[in-house]
Design a protein around this ligand. Structure first.
Ligand code: AMP
Length: 215
């Protein structure tokens, strides 16, 4: 799943997992989970994530290869994010006799990405997610259900969102071109309801599966 930050590629990746019964891997989730659990990896990457920077290619590649080496199929989100990762990923999957089938690029305007992320607020008690632009709580920054003060994810702060978007432009836009040139890329309009976006994704996957059956 490719796309700028905040385009909903994680949401769509999880829907692919549920609909096609294949594992979903998110490098961002792996890092956040490790940070939460104070693991060695978590301590190593904490300040990098908080700064909106990228973890080193070497470390990310190692984690991903270890995760996928025994899987038949999978959907991966948040990776590859640099040309180095894309090239190493391709070599690795070729070496274990697997192939890349489809790359989805979810597209959302920069203005909406900014609102989606900087407006996102989370209830620390029940986990409900609000958005100050699109899905406001009834009372300012207070959860409708349990009256808790809403919190903002560290990397959703304006300055960090700006940095993450710059990171995307610098490192990940070339990855999009890399896959576009290889004809792997399917662009999906991400500015619609979750299930409308997913129905486009599903059509592409189902067509692909049909074609594979015929060949
Ligand atoms: P995400 O949830 O995908 O936006 O990832 C959150 C953060 O994890 C990013 O801002 C990076 O610091 C780090 N990260 C996740 N995936 C990668 C990757 N493929 N390469 C480098 N850093 C990554």
């Amino acid at each position: 799943m490719l796309g700028n930050i905040g385009t909903g590629k994680g949401t769509q990746g999880k829907l692919i997992m549920e609909n096609y019964n294949i594992p979903y891997i998110s490098t961002g989730d792996i890092f956040r989970e490790n940070i939460k659990n104070n693991t060695e990896l978590g301590l190593k990457v904490k300040s990098i994530l908080n700064d909106g920077k990228l973890v080193s290619d070497e470390l990310v590649n190692e984690i991903v290869f270890d995760k996928i080496k025994n899987l038949d199929s999978f959907v991966i989100d948040g990776y590859p994010r640099t040309i180095n990762q894309a090239e190493n990923f391709e070599n690795f999957i070729n070496n274990i006799n697997k192939r890349l089938d489809i790359v989805f690029l979810i597209v959302v305007s920069k203005e909406n990405i900014f609102k989606r992320l900087t407006g996102r607020r989370i209830c620390p008690e029940c986990g409900r997610i609000y958005n100050l632009y699109f899905d406001k709580p009834k009372e300012d920054e207070i959860c409708d259900f349990d009256g808790e003060k809403l919190i903002q994810r560290g990397d959703d702060k304006v300055e960090i969102v700006k940095k993450r978007m710059e990171e995307f432009k610098r490192n990940t836009e070339p990855v999009i071109e890399y896959y576009r040139n290889k004809n792997f890329l399917y662009e999906i309009d991400g500015e619609r309801e979750i299930f409308e976006v997913f129905s486009d994704i599903k059509r592409v996957i189902d067509d692909y599966i049909e074609k594979q059956k015929r060949n």
